[in-house]
Design a protein around this ligand. Sequence first.
Ligand code: AMP
Length: 420
Amino acid sequence: MSFDSLGFAPDLLPLLARALGQAGIDAPSPVQREAIPPLLAGDDVLIRAPTGSGKTAAFALPLLQRCAQAGRCSAQQLHALVLVPTRELALQVADTLIQLGSQLSQRPRVVTAIGGVSINPQLMALRGGAEIVVATPGRLLDLVQHNALRLETLSALVLDEADQLLALGFGDELAAIEALLPARRQTVLVSATLPDRIAALARRLLRAPHLVEADTDAHAAPDITQRAIEVDPSQRTALLRHLLQLEGWTQALVFVASHHTADTVADKLARNGIGAQALHGTLTQGRRVQVLRAFQGSGVQVLVATDVAGRGLDIPALPLVVNYDLPRAAADYTHRIGRTGRAGARGTAISFFNAASEAQLRLIEKRQQVRLTRERIAGFEPSEAAPAPSVIGDHNGGIKGRRPSKKDKLRAAQAAAKPD
Ligand code: AMP
């Protein structure tokens, strides 16, 4: 199957196909096959798909056709708004739009509106007019307040990684944005998971949506080998080094619970001759982009990231994801391991756990409907005894069913502050 039969306008199809070819994409992924026709027809679509399924191009291509057909916007107007939870994802979505729109005779102007950098260049860019704005919610509202944008002029809205938008606490900003939207619009909601609050959001925002689910096609399921290794917390960095060397991983994305751990682990690896860098929310935006580019360009072998920073990362052919700390929310596990095994490539996800975090691992297994074989690595066998039930889960800041108390959080922060 090719992109020819999805309903693109005949005059635009060859231009989009050329850009797709340049991006190395020659056939639509299952999500694209199912989502593009209703989107081109103007319908609302709810897409349940993780990163790596081709979801970005699935909504980007119809947006590009819409812009090409609607013509230029003047200042304050826009055709389409893509809301994303993180700055990194905003940059990646904007890159995809620019890349896939590069062959159109009138390339849509894409403005990225993200926090953590000066607002002035964004104000300037919008003054010149933009057809598509890719934004994080807070900065978008700032721009609206500056009269740089009028949301009632848009005709298409995308909420990408909507579950993360809510998980990161953007509920209030979303409500404020919702109040400014025009009633007549096309809306796309993309989410890796569809918990109740996303279903409620979808009911509010979407009209008679088509539901597209990434894994309705078994072949689309990413090929990820999941492993669980039991190891004492104090041995994790040494074990990570050992695995990188012994198993010859060329690149790895390592998830940790705090920015402090990210710095400590990256430093330790670097001191042992492994090209490693930390990526977390307290770095400046410029530094984050620099680290990401180095990792994408293979200048850095290991990226040690917190969840927020690691979301939205798109590194083609990333072979390995390591959960140095298990994620506290089982849904984050899906997001983390979805960074590997992308677009048909093979991937491996290794989770470190110990007696204190095994309950959390079991919860993740239940959600994933998998049962992972517990591995122990020679020379790194755990020495800890199983904890009393009352402290199960404390290592990761609490388990599901019980919200972590302040004390839990403090303990988790202290544990995370001691990576070795
Ligand atoms: P996503 O995060 O789901 O948008 O997936 C993005 C990754 O999948 C990028 O590396 C794209 O280049 C790649 N991709 C998107 N669509 C396709 C496709 N139809 N075939 C192969 N790779 C694709």
